[in-house]
Design a protein around this ligand. Structure first.
Ligand SMILES: Nc1ncnc2c1ncn2[C@@H]1O[C@H](COP(=O)(O)OP(=O)(O)OP(=O)(O)O)[C@@H](O)[C@H]1O
Length: 264
């Protein structure tokens, strides 16, 4: 087998493959020669000091920023030709929304259904059902017609997660999902995503500054370091409870359990 074939074969089970990746803003290096891969159903926690390049890396992986050098593959496909964007849910770093921001919660969640090309397609009955399921899974059905800018930070975060989940993605990318929300809500949120990891075929890549959460769930030692970036990983074979259930039902069960001791 020639070298490119070996690489293609190695990528087959990879959800994200990063090879020789570098990025610079105005010739100022941010990421240098990064090698990393994320396998199906891994949970990857990405840690690094302010300015280490975490957000830049996520933005390259979701195709918003072009690498200066190197290669990114998604599900084995070079990012330059990758088209299955609905397989990826992305929750960007939170910025507080203007209370007058005109979209309702339902509109924000529905917007997750639009592929890069399908902005103006008509919504089908199935699309609307997917939206209802995502709202239900995040316990925000009652907020559906409210303006998103009028919600609390924790509520907005659930809306953005519902938006990322609406296509039932294989890969969920979260950039500091609990910044600016209270500690109880943060704990509930981590319970929720750990539960999703344990019960569903979702691969996670999450930036966090919460070392407690990372070390408790992913272990004390990073599996990879590159510059100021550290990658902590829990692989699928390390998941204790791999039962598969329907996402909405599973989250509903969790909600009932959590209601007794934590608010989220
Ligand atoms: N649009 C931009 N133009 C120029 N430099 C930028 C731009 N965006 C980010 N940078 C710089 O690139 C570096 C990496 O930024 P990035 O946002 O990826 O870091 P981060 O690890 O996510 O940081 P934080 O933990 O503060 O969110 C920083 O030095 C930042 O100032």
């Amino acid at each position: 087998m020639s070298q490119p074939d070996l690489f293609t074969a190695a990528c087959h089970e990879d959800v994200i493959t990063i090879r020789d990746l570098s990025f610079a803003y105005d010739h100022k290096p941010v990421i240098e020669n990064l090698q990393f891969s994320v396998k199906q159903r891994d949970f990857v926690g990405l840690i690094g000091s302010n300015g280490a390049g975490k957000t830049t890396l996520l933005r390259m992986i979701v195709g918003l920023v072009k690498p200066t050098e190197g290669e990114i593959r998604l599900f084995g496909e070079p990012i330059t030709t990758f088209r299955d964007w609905e397989r990826i849910g992305y929750v960007p770093q939170k910025s507080s929304l203007n209370p007058l921001f005109p979209a309702t919660v339902r509109e924000v969640v529905v917007s997750g259904l639009y592929g890069k090309k399908n902005l103006f397609r008509r919504l089908t009955k199935t699309d609307l059902q997917k939206c209802d399921d995502a709202l239900h899974a995040m316990s925000i059905e009652d907020l559906a017609e409210k303006r998103i800018g009028q919600l609390s930070g924790g509520q907005q975060q659930r809306v953005f997660l519902a938006r990322a989940l609406v296509n039932n993605p294989d890969l969920l990318i979260l950039d500091e999902p609990t910044v600016g929300i209270d500690i109880e809500t943060q704990q509930g949120f981590f319970h929720m995503i750990k539960h999703m990891h344990q019960h569903h075929h979702i691969t996670f890549l999450m930036v966090s500054h919460d070392m407690d959460m990372i070390e408790t769930y992913l272990g004390k030692e990073p599996v990879e370091r590159s510059g100021k970036l550290k990658f902590y990983v829990k692989h699928s074979h390390e998941i204790e409870d791999c039962r598969e259930t329907d996402l909405a039902h599973s989250l509903k069960d969790l909600r009932i359990k959590l209601q007794s001791h934590v608010t989220y």
